[in-house]
Design a protein around this ligand. Structure first.
Ligand code: MG
Length: 343
């Protein structure tokens, strides 16, 4: 009897434990789409998350998924053909493609009775993850820093790029003694003041600086990268594998995220390409549930720094997955990406 892979999906809203503020815009929840791929009675789970500024929505994701026809494929093990077909369907739609890719990996690994880490010949290691302090008033950012300690995080990532970066850092470092990094989110304007500030951050113990300037202003990043005492990491400037060649001389490293890379397959290739070029690697996430974050946590051992805090910022996670134990990410000892759907 001929059995085909069946695809189903449904929209869901992740509820934030605190409103999430980016440049004056505050959100209390974020839209996702959960994907299920079934084959021979086994279900693989995936997740698409759509931060509003990246141009995808539940509508665009569902439109994209409606256009998928899996009848031409005999089995999920045709992973290269399947992912090539998905990528060629339409341009863009990176989050939609990522959700499909995650579900397909979960399904394949479950059918093979192995973990995602094993499937890629790596291992699940309990690595520390940073906790992101979103941009806010200095008082609120100090409050969130204290909360990060209470949740149990041992590493901080501070979002800067406002007019009072100096004051924010000074205030946070009055309460925080552990390792930390900076994400300027394209917010810095002049090269010279950025370099001065990076020297200050180095003296204070920062480990790296992410996306200092506008994503298209590679010459400014190249200037800073040449002189910076800290690694300068590309986030918005580098989404997919094809971007690495263009940005490699302007940054020391890249932040790899599933919703940018179109999923695990290309994220793994991006990590390999970065390593070939002696570049640093951060594994990051958007506001995501433990579905996508647990999947990415399987690659934590391949990264210099891990920034996977998504599930710890929401109150209605639809999955059981990665846990935070003594500041480290711990993936449940189960096959696939490492998640179970909550009842
Ligand atoms: Mg970033």
């Amino acid at each position: 009897m001929f059995v085909s892979i069946s695809l189903s999906y449904y929209p869901f809203q992740l509820q934030f434990s605190h409103p999430f503020t980016v440049s004056g815009n505050s959100r209390t929840h974020t839209p996702i789409v959960i994907i299920q791929l079934e084959f021979e009675g086994v279900t693989g789970y995936g997740e698409c998350t759509m931060p509003p500024y990246l141009g995808e929505s539940q509508e665009t994701v569902i439109n994209f998924l409606n256009g998928i026809d899996l009848k031409q494929f005999d089995s999920p093990f045709e992973i290269d053909n399947l992912l090539h077909y998905i990528d060629e369907l339409q341009e863009g739609n990176n989050a939609a493609k990522a959700g499909f890719d995650i579900a397909l990996h979960d399904l394949i690994c479950k059918l093979k009775a192995t973990t995602l880490a094993n499937y890629y010949n790596t291992h699940r290691s309990d690595k520390q993850s940073s906790f992101t302090i979103g941009i806010d008033t200095p008082d609120k950012m100090v409050e969130k820093t204290i909360e990060a300690m209470e949740i149990g995080f041992k590493v901080l990532k501070v979002k800067l790029g406002s007019d009072n970066d100096q004051e924010i850092m000074k205030r946070i470092l009055e309460v925080w003694n552990g390792p930390f990094s900076i994400d300027a989110n394209q917010g810095w304007k002049t090269k010279e003041s950025a370099l001065d500030f990076v020297h200050y951050l180095k003296d204070e113990g920062a480990s790296f600086v992410e996306q200092p300037f506008s994503k298209n202003d590679l010459s400014k990043s190249a200037w800073l990268t040449e002189r910076s005492p800290l690694p300068i990491i590309a986030d918005e400037s580098c989404k997919r594998l094809i971007d690495i060649d263009r940005i490699a001389s302007s940054f020391h490293g890249i932040n790899v995220k599933l919703m940018k890379s179109t999923g695990l397959r290309e994220a793994y290739q991006m990590i390999g390409e970065a390593r070939k070029r002696k570049m640093k690697v951060v594994t990051g996430c958007m506001a995501e549930s433990s579905c996508a974050v647990t999947a990415m946590a399987n690659f934590a051992s391949l990264a210099d720094w891990v920034d996977l805090d998504g599930p710890f910022l929401i109150t209605n996670d639809p999955f059981d997955g990665v846990q935070l134990i003594d500041g480290k990410l711990k993936i449940p000892e189960i096959n696939g990406i490492g998640v179970e759907r909550k009842a």
